[in-house]
Design a binder for this molecule. Structure first.
Ligand code: HEL
Length: 406
């Protein structure tokens, strides 16, 4: 194991296993290298450079871990804890935000596999009277095509005061749905993609109704325990992150204002839409198991991968994002934005190469876009076209402008 500390507060390049055995690049002209065997080797120098840039742009720390067919590479730079001046490490836990949506979708698709749920059934069939429109189906929720307004647009219109107003609050699912239903719906059911946390709050209600247990026990019994995800937890409404973790630092809207330590919060505004805590090792294991067909039937995985186009480089399936990289490779996973934490967690088609990257800040779009470069370095290797990649990552992610400013 090689690990080096470079400069003040920077920990770079822990190569736990050599990357020997990574197959040669795909043949010229091969447009889409989908299996890990056809991917170029990760560009680890470029990965370190992405993390360095994120820290230079205001993230206290940034780290990433690539798992590649049994080989593993980690890199980290900057601080997990600014006060204690503790260096961030790729084993640190953190709040994964909306990567939680992939876990929630997996639970519902397992229930579909068990014939307890039909994707095209009305949500109101399972939760009578909850939604004002019987045409909204489970598939509409999981693909963000329900038209249900995203209540977080209002909660976080003001970044710091919005966060402070909810950080200790405990909401019921019903209260969150009611916040959404106070506003007109964005589109008729099934007609348009419009990202909304409300969809995955209702997904959590469905999980609880159909299993008769809490979402926490569904995640634990169906995913965390079978995959031995020992760094992963759903502690809502507890505010503390268990184990060793990176602190989160929220960037205020006012330029030059000090970062706000946002580590401790109930994350009750998010719950089944965004309250899981995890680590790079566990997220890579989860996505690899998902893409490798170890969590769902092939029919359910195919449903999850029926994508709606979001923009020229991203698409959304069922609780699953697809990103089309500059080298023609498509990767599958999710991004997460929760106060103080930006996460990218993606895997390739066969699940043999996965990357999870974290910057422990948020409300800093420059850092968010920079961190997308971890996908290019992990999956495109040195073949990445920096010009195209830059254009891709300067694009606005599919978020309400009031929530993440671009
Ligand atoms: S937003 C996203 C990301 N998702 C959605 C969800 C998540 N996160 C949220 O809804 C939190 C929004 C507030 C974030 C906060 C900050 O930056 O910490 N911003 C403000 O308060 C701005 N006023 C679609 C980006 C996803 O990638 O799926 O996670």
């Amino acid at each position: 194991m090689i690990s080096a500390t470079v400069g003040r507060g920077a920990v770079l390049g822990a190569v736990a296993l050599s990357l020997l055995g990574v197959p040669a690049q795909a043949a010229p002209g091969q447009a889409r290298a989908e299996s890990a065997a056809a991917l170029p080797a990760p560009d680890t120098a470029a990965l370190r450079e992405v993390l360095r840039s994120a820290v230079a742009q205001g993230a206290p720390g940034a780290m990433a871990r690539i798992d590649d067919n049994g080989a593993m590479y980690t890199a980290a730079r900057g601080f997990a804890d600014r006060g204690a001046q503790r260096a961030i490490h790729a084993t640190d836990r953190f709040r994964i935000g909306s990567v939680t949506k992939t876990f929630s979708a997996v639970v519902l698709l397992q229930l579909m596999d068990e014939r307890k749920l039909s994707l095209d059934a009305s949500v109101n069939r399972y939760l009578p009277g909850l939604l004002p429109d019987d045409r909204i189906t489970v598939r509409h929720l999981l693909s963000h095509r329900s038209g249900l307004y995203d209540y977080t647009n209002d909660l976080f219109a003001k970044t710091v005061s919005g966060f402070e107003a909810v950080r200790d609050k405990v909401y019921t699912y019903r209260q969150l749905v009611d916040l959404s239903l106070k506003k007109p719906r964005t589109d008729p059911p099934g007609t348009a993609y419009s990202y909304s946390n409300t969809n995955f709050v209702v997904a959590g209600m469905l999980i609880e109704k159909l299993t008769g247990r809490s979402v926490r026990s569904a995640y634990e019994n169906r995913i965390f325990k079978p995959l031995k995800l020992n760094d992963t937890a759903y502690v809502h409404p507890d505010v503390k992150i268990p184990g060793r973790y990176a602190r989160g630092y929220l960037t205020p809207d006012r330029a030059g204002a000090p970062l706000v330590d946002s580590t401790e919060q109930t994350a009750s505004w998010a719950q089944s839409a965004g309250a899981i805590i995890s680590s790079p090792r566990d997220l890579n294991t989860f996505l690899s198991a998902l893409a490798g067909g170890r969590l769902l039937s092939s029919a359910a995985l195919s449903e999850m991968k029926r994508f709606t186009k979001v923009n020229s480089t991203t698409a959304y399936g069922l609780g699953l994002r697809r990103r089309d990289l500059s080298c023609g490779v498509s990767v599958y996973g999710h991004t997460g934005v929760v106060q103080g934490y930006y996460t990218y967690a993606f895997t390739n088609k066969d699940g043999r190469r996965s990357v999870t990257a974290l910057a422990n800040t948020s409300n800093n779009t420059t850092v968010l876009n920079t961190m997308a470069g971890t996908l290019e370095s992990a999956f495109c290797g040195k073949r990445s076209n920096p010009k195209r990649a830059k254009a891709v990552f300067e694009r606005t992610e599919d978020v309400a402008p009031t929530v993440v400013r671009h």
